[in-house]
Design a protein around this ligand. Structure first.
Ligand SMILES: Nc1nc2c(c(=O)[nH]1)N[C@H]1C(S)=C(S)[C@@H](COP(=O)(O)O)O[C@H]1N2
Ligand SMILES: [Mo]
Length: 256
């Protein structure tokens, strides 16, 4: 290895990615928290380019201490879905719920809640900001989306991840949906959340599963998750703008 610090860092990263692709753990002493996280997730080789882009140019949303957690996590938008499908699942405690992950993947998945709760998890205390002008701080636990995508084995050519929801929000018949690019999908704080403030996620906040995409505004946090689809374009989905609120004029990126 060269003694030039930049070159060395690049070589270290290459080692991390090669090790992760082979499912190995490598020594972590010189690595940052983010790099270690990626290492643990065993990112597949086809995504090395995107992982590298992430490692070299991205940041974490601020995380807060336990004492900062809001006493009540305000609910907004749909807070009690009334579709037959959702009511039937809710009636038996979501025991026959299956999260579907498909589209441009080699290994489509259907996962029940027990399987999801048994997967590697992350906990983070973050602030949710709604465009209506309010914020709440909550503690989320869930499975990193990176882990699920890695298990499903994303195909080359994939560009976006689309989230479909169970609620029929609004009066135009279009269901709530959202989308993000693969960079945000592989961000370490992007997770399929199954609990809020140490409790299983309740109906008002998106039971049984909802997304947390921490560097995005509230409307980019889909609740009542039905299906995750990996796509090369979202132009043909519903209104074509990548989300329920985007189809109604909101910005697609929705960053904070
Ligand atoms: N499925 C679904 N997800 C949704 C919404 C919704 O109406 N339906 N509302 C969005 C908006 S605008 C906000 S601010 C947050 C609210 O999340 P909360 O109810 O947990 O506060 O969910 C977002 N995700
Ligand atoms: Mo919102």
């Amino acid at each position: 290895m060269s003694n030039d610090p930049l070159f060395t860092r690049r070589q270290v990263l290459r080692g991390v990615i090669a090790g992760a692709g082979a499912g190995l753990l490598v020594g972590c002493d010189s690595l940052s928290q983010k790099e270690r996280f990626i290492n643990v997730l065993s990112i597949g080789e086809t995504l090395n380019q995107r992982v590298q882009r992430f490692l070299t140019g991205d940041s974490l949303a601020k995380e807060y201490s336990e004492s900062m957690i809001s006493p009540v996590f305000r609910a907004n938008g749909s807070t009690n879905p009334q579709t037959d499908e959702y009511l039937a699942m809710k009636a038996n405690g979501f025991s026959d719920y299956r999260l579907k992950i498909g589209g441009l993947v080699d290994n489509p998945l259907e996962l029940g809640l027990d399987a999801i709760r048994a997967m590697p998890s992350r906990t983070q205390i973050t602030r949710h900001d709604c465009v209506e002008g309010w914020s709440v701080i909550g503690k989320w636990a869930g499975v990193p989306l990176a882990h699920l995508l890695d298990t499903a084995r994303v195909k080359p050519g994939a560009r976006y991840v689309v989230f479909y929801c169970f609620d029929d929000y609004g009066d135009n018949g279009g269901r709530y949906y959202e989308s993000i690019d693969l960079l945000d999908a592989y961000h370490p704080q992007t997770m399929v959340a199954h609990s809020l403030n140490n409790e299983p996620l309740g109906v008002p906040n998106g039971a049984p599963l909802r997304m947390r995409i921490e560097r995005k505004l509230g409307y980019k946090q889909p609740k009542y998750l039905r299906m995750i689809e990996v796509v090369d374009s979202y132009a043909a989905i519903q209104g074509g703008k990548g989300g329920y609120w985007e189809d109604n004029g909101y910005d697609w990126y929705g960053g904070i």
